[in-house]
Design a binder for this molecule. Structure first.
Ligand code: SF4
Length: 255
């Protein structure tokens, strides 16, 4: 049996641009850690601390304790940043107000989690000696609900995520839960998008993953290039940043 592991975050990449997905999968390029990621990582670290206190110690920490934990995590997370798009102080301020918004406005709606930053690895399907395996990490799990924290620069458009969000399909399949909450923290405000995924979505996910498996098993030296979207730019694509694909021809400041 050949096993093909598919990480949820990589599936998002390969669906946006297969060639970027190929180069990342075979480690031909590496994603650059940015200050935008730092903002999210800081908030994640504090929420993880809170969830683990609830799960293992049975109590909710004070907001001040969460802020202190975030401060403790800051030096290590800052050392991973390769590209600063905003000042350090602005990033820290944004992380703090997002954490405060989550603590005051969203945490009261949650129950004690049954899993925090929980890794999963599940078989999606098997066919002709090939097994597809989904893996990833779930931010927050309750008996009948999954939640994922995002720290985008602006609010999401809910109908787009209900219609197309792939992460919701993967996580709901992995845990056998149909209720996925995408929680965007933007400037201290909380935007919750409720997404339901059913057996029909899971069957569609299998088809999508088999189509990706065909690419992985092929001998193709290059996969289809998708130019059509924000991701295809020197700001977001590590292949472009490495001077490959469109970056080879257009350089690092094309527009
Ligand atoms: S430069 Fe554009 S087409 Fe090329 S790998 Fe990146 S996203 Fe895909």
């Amino acid at each position: 049996m050949i096993e093909i592991p598919l990480r949820q975050s990589w599936l998002n990449t390969v669906v946006r641009c297969p060639e970027q997905g190929r180069q990342e999968r075979y480690e031909l390029v590496a994603t650059r850690n940015t200050s935008d990621m730092l903002r999210g990582n800081l908030v994640h670290a504090a929420i993880e601390f809170c969830g683990n206190s609830m799960l293992h110690d049975g109590h909710i920490p004070d907001l001040a304790d969460l802020m202190e934990h975030m401060d403790d995590c800051t030096p290590a997370l800052v050392s991973e940043v390769a590209e600063w798009r905003h000042d350090f102080e602005k990033v820290i301020d944004a992380a703090r107000i997002n954490l405060e918004g989550w603590y005051n406005d969203y945490l009261p709606t949650l129950d004690t989690p049954t899993g925090v930053e929980e890794d999963f690895r599940v078989t999606l399907d098997e066919r002709d000696g090939v097994r597809l395996v989904l893996h990833g990490t779930a931010d927050w799990k309750q008996p009948n609900l999954l939640a994922d924290w995002k720290n985008p620069s602006r609010e999401y458009t809910p109908w787009e995520h209900r219609r197309w969000n792939l992460q919701a399909s993967v996580y709901c399949y992995a845990f056998g839960i149909s209720d996925f909450r995408l929680v965007a923290l933007v400037g201290g405000a909380v935007q919750e998008i409720k997404i339901e995924r059913t057996d029909a979505d899971h069957e569609a996910l299998k088809d999508l993953c088999w189509s990706v498996a065909e690419l992985i098993q092929s001998d193709l030296k290059v996969w289809p290039m998708h130019w059509d979207g924000w991701h295809c730019s020197p700001k977001w694509c590590p292949v472009w940043q490495a001077g490959e694909c469109r970056g080879k021809h257009l350089g690092q400041s094309p527009w």
